[in-house]
Ligand binder design. Structure first.
Ligand SMILES: Nc1nc2c(c(=O)[nH]1)N[C@H]1C(S)=C(S)[C@@H](COP(=O)(O)OP(=O)(O)OC[C@H]3O[C@@H](n4cnc5c(=O)[nH]c(N)nc54)[C@H](O)[C@@H]3O)O[C@H]1N2
Ligand SMILES: Nc1nc2c(c(=O)[nH]1)N[C@H]1C(S)=C(S)[C@@H](COP(=O)(O)OP(=O)(O)OC[C@H]3O[C@@H](n4cnc5c(=O)[nH]c(N)nc54)[C@H](O)[C@@H]3O)O[C@H]1N2
Ligand code: SF4
Ligand SMILES: [Mo]
Length: 734
């Protein structure tokens, strides 16, 4: 359905960026030889320890600076998430810093929204305007009518601003469009969520089962390091994926499942493991609840039954069930991350959790660890004012009783007048490209057109900026100091983000933008600190660490505690029953299946393929597609189509094709990749490409956008996640 971006952001180009040495780079997906990317760069005369923001994993980095220019980025050996190594994107961070297309000054829209003509403005004028709108919305409709959409670590300053302001509508597409179903499915079963970094002890796993988690292409540094180590140690690997992923190529078993039928496979695996007595009896006896109901439920979920849905041979299902069970404990069914697939996602995730329960993997070495975290006192602010109204993310006619975060898709919908309890009138959008990350782009644009006001804060002229009334240019992560990062992890630690070089152009750090806005809308009390350095050092000291040493190394480590039963930890489960719930009374009470039931998904019509999408190791969504260093390794996405079918259709390698979905939305032209590595009922592409914005001068027109084809989604009735793997496309020569 592509939008016309020819009119996008008409401003004159500013000062030229410092040139970065890019050379012929090649990257092995798995080698984590990201360093190769920046190695042409010189040793710095100054090295600053901070952490990465090229994705949301937050690896510790060392940024080398020579003559005021960041020359290379390497992994911080002291940081638990990088352990001295980086993924290619992290090493290529200078490609963002020195991207010539960066937002350089505040922009104010000068013609109708959608025509996207802007003028440059001073910070004074732009902030005054945003401040006036925040006051006007608060006075006229109440603070709840102003929503904050956010993604990324720097959003903390704006969360603080909006909580001080009194809005309950703070949401991120990383929940209802990403890991929400996983968190709900695991919480229902074990009374705890998975979080990020995922609490999976891959390092010690004896067998790893990936169900559509394409670790290695889905590149989270530490996780991939541990995955690679486990495999070289000889750990078993089972990969369930309609596509022969890179991980599948390393696996003992690849199960090319029919898309959308994983729940049937999970039930059949459990059937085999229970009927053959292969589960961890002692563990299930001690920690489980509802095992007898589960056993009864599984009675007819035979591999023969699952075969009719999954197309996987019954013998293969039996053999892999036995294989997986043979490695317990320490045999982990990886929980997945983007689990918003078919609208039955919380139940599929729950089935993964239950299988892990049968294998005795929760709280066990090589399974799921119980994380630690440093005690770091909050900055002593006065209490937030509280909120007058509930979030607007639930439509009037339904509710998602078990959602535990706010649905970004729901807040977006609530912007269309009359759909929710009250209307959202204004958005602030920080670090999330909603036009590409929420499903049904036409609906997102309809919501945007209904707004009184839209301000975005970004580093690049992303699609969302094009729809904004005011665009504020943030300094990149290498040019700013943010809050301290205190994750839940194996080892408790805290990391600091520090300014490596001063902000380029007129860009400003988020903390400064939030503070300036706070002052303008009568919230000065909530911004008592001079700058983020004063704020963070207060927290570092509060946690009992010495500022100078934390600034030098970028991290402060706490004492590791026990993280699994083998360390002597007594397991506790914060479920209703205090046990691992194989049968959930909570689900039953809310009107859902207490034990997951499989319902077959709709089939693609004749001549159409199910559209699947995922990640490439060298890119993060659309946020890196304009990065010249990374483009060298992966210049654009391609559409994977089964090679035999392609031949029948008269299509060959390198042909340009256009994809058209069930609603006549199109994407492309894009390069075709005929390959044996995918089933015949689906096509696959990497998400994030197909930018229609001229302002992103590299990414413009490269590849195709899956987002343009996700016009339809299926909502998870349990938690409101938007299942997005439900679109069908035809493939035609361009
Ligand atoms: N069709 C489709 N939709 C999807 C997905 C998919 O695969 N396909 N994936 C889903 C998933 S898993 C997720 S997590 C979400 C993610 O969706 P988004 O949160 O939208 O993620 P990005 O595409 O990374 O968008 C990040 C935006 O932040 C900007 N940015 C980058 N760095 C900074 C910074 O330091 N400061 C500021 N202020 N801005 C910055 C970038 O320029 C970009 O505009 O999308 C979901 N939606
Ligand atoms: N390099 C890189 N790494 C990233 C990111 C990035 O942008 N770039 N983003 C990060 C984020 S926020 C997320 S959420 C994760 C997302 O990464 P993942 O959670 O691993 O998931 P997806 O991208 O949804 O899944 C893609 C895989 O699922 C397969 N698949 C599709 N449909 C089905 C199905 O019905 N059944 C099965 N069994 N498999 C199926 C696809 O073929 C593909 O291999 O990646 C993270 N890591
Ligand atoms: S995984 Fe890569 S991009 Fe993500 S934080 Fe780590 S180095 Fe940066
Ligand atoms: Mo995600």
């Amino acid at each position: 359905m592509g939008m016309d971006r020819r009119q996008f952001i008409k401003v004159t180009g500013g000062a030229g960026a410092a040139a970065v040495a890019a050379s012929g780079l090649s990257t092995k997906w798995w080698g984590l030889d990201g360093d190769a990317i920046a190695n042409p760069g010189t040793e710095g005369d100054r090295v600053v320890a901070t952490f990465c923001e090229l994705c949301f994993w937050k690896c510790g980095i060392l940024a080398h600076v020579k003559d005021g220019v960041v020359t290379k980025i390497t992994g911080n050996p002291d940081h638990p998430l990088s352990r001295g190594r980086l993924c290619p994107r992290g090493a290529g961070g200078t490609g963002l810093l020195y991207d010539p297309d960066r937002l350089k000054t505040p922009l104010i829209r000068t013609s109708k929204r959608g025509e996207q003509v802007f003028r440059e403005a001073s910070w004074e004028e732009a902030l005054d305007l945003v401040g006036e709108k925040m006051v006007a919305i608060r006075d006229q409709y109440g603070p709840e009518a102003f929503a904050l959409f956010l993604h990324g670590f720097g959003s903390s300053w704006f969360k603080h601003l909006f909580k001080s302001y009194g809005s309950p509508n703070l949401s991120a597409p990383s929940y209802a469009q990403c890991r929400g179903p996983r968190e709900v499915g695991f919480h229902l079963t074990f009374g705890a969520t998975i979080g990020s970094p995922e609490i999976v002890d891959l390092e010690n796993s004896r067998c790893i089962t990936l169900i559509g988690s394409h670790l290695g292409e889905n590149m989270h540094n530490t996780q991939v390091q541990e995955f690679a180590d486990a495999l070289s140690r000889g750990a078993g690997l089972v990969v369930v994926d309609p596509r022969f992923s890179v991980a599948a190529s390393k696996a003992k078993y690849w199960l090319p499942i029919k898309p959308g039928t994983d729940l049937a496979l999970l039930l059949a695996w459990m059937h085999v493991i229970v009927t053959e007595g292969l589960y961890d009896k002692e563990y299930v006896e001690k920690h489980g609840m509802g095992f007898d109901e589960l056993k009864l439920h599984l009675a007819d979920k035979t591999p023969e039954w699952a075969y009719t849905h999954t197309t996987l041979r019954p013998e293969l299902i039996r053999e892999t069930a036995r294989f997986i069970a043979a490695f317990k404990p320490g045999s982990v069914i990886y929980p997945g991350r983007r689990t918003t697939w078919y609208g039955d996602d919380a139940q599929r995730e729950r089935a993964k959790a239950m299988l892990n329960g049968l294998l005795g993997s929760w709280g066990r070495r090589g399974g799921f660890y119980i994380p630690n975290s440093l005690e770091v006192p909050k900055y002593p602010y006065t209490e937030y004012p509280g909120v007058a109204k509930a979030p607007a993310d639930m439509p009037r006619d339904s509710s998602y009783p078990l959602a535990d975060e706010i649905l970004a898709s729901g807040v977006c919908d609530a912007t269309i007048p009359g759909t929710s309890e009250y209307d959202i009138k204004a958005w602030m959008v920080y670090g999330t490209n909603l036009v590409k990350s929420l499903p049904n782009q036409a609906n997102v644009i309809k919501s945007i057109q209904a707004l009184d006001f839209l301000v975005s804060i970004d580093v690049l002229p992303a699609e969302i900026c094009g729809w904004s009334d005011v665009v504020l240019p943030e300094a990149t992560y290498l040019e700013r100091c943010d809050d301290v990062h205190v994750p839940k992890y194996k080892v408790p630690y805290m990391a600091v983000r520090q300014e490596v070089v001063p902000p380029m152009y007129e860009s400003k750090p988020g903390w400064w933008i939030a503070k300036e806005l706070g002052h303008r809308i009568g919230l000065s009390d909530y911004f008592p600190w001079k700058d983020s350095l004063e704020y963070t050092m207060q927290r570092v000291e509060g946690a009992g660490f010495e500022c100078a040493s934390v600034q030098a190394t970028g991290v402060a480590l706490g004492k590791p505690g026990p993280i699994c039963e083998e360390d002597g930890l007594e397991l506790e489960f914060a479920t209703e029953s205090g046990k691992i719930e194989f049968h959930s009374r909570k689900l039953a009470a809310a009107g859902f299946d207490p034990i997951p039931e499989f319902v077959a998904p709709e089939e693609p019509p004749a001549g159409m393929f199910r559209l699947l999408f995922g990640r490439a190791p060298t890119h993060s969504f659309g946020r890196t597609v304009n990065n010249r260093l990374l483009a060298d390794c992966f210049p654009e996405n391609e559409v994977w189509l089964n090679d035999e079918l392609a031949a029948e259709m008269g299509l060959k390698e390198g042909d340009r094709v256009v994809l058209t979905n069930q609603d006549e939305a199109t994407a492309g032209p894009v390069k075709l990749r005929p390959t044996r590595r995918i089933r015949k009922d689906c096509v696959y592409m990497v998400h994030g490409w197909g930018s229609q914005q001229r302002q992103l001068s590299y990414a413009f027109g490269k590849g195709a956008s899956d987002s343009d084809l996700v016009t339809r989604y299926k909502t998870d009735p349990i938690m409101g996640g938007t299942g997005m793997n439900v679109n069908f496309v035809r493939v035609e020569r361009a």
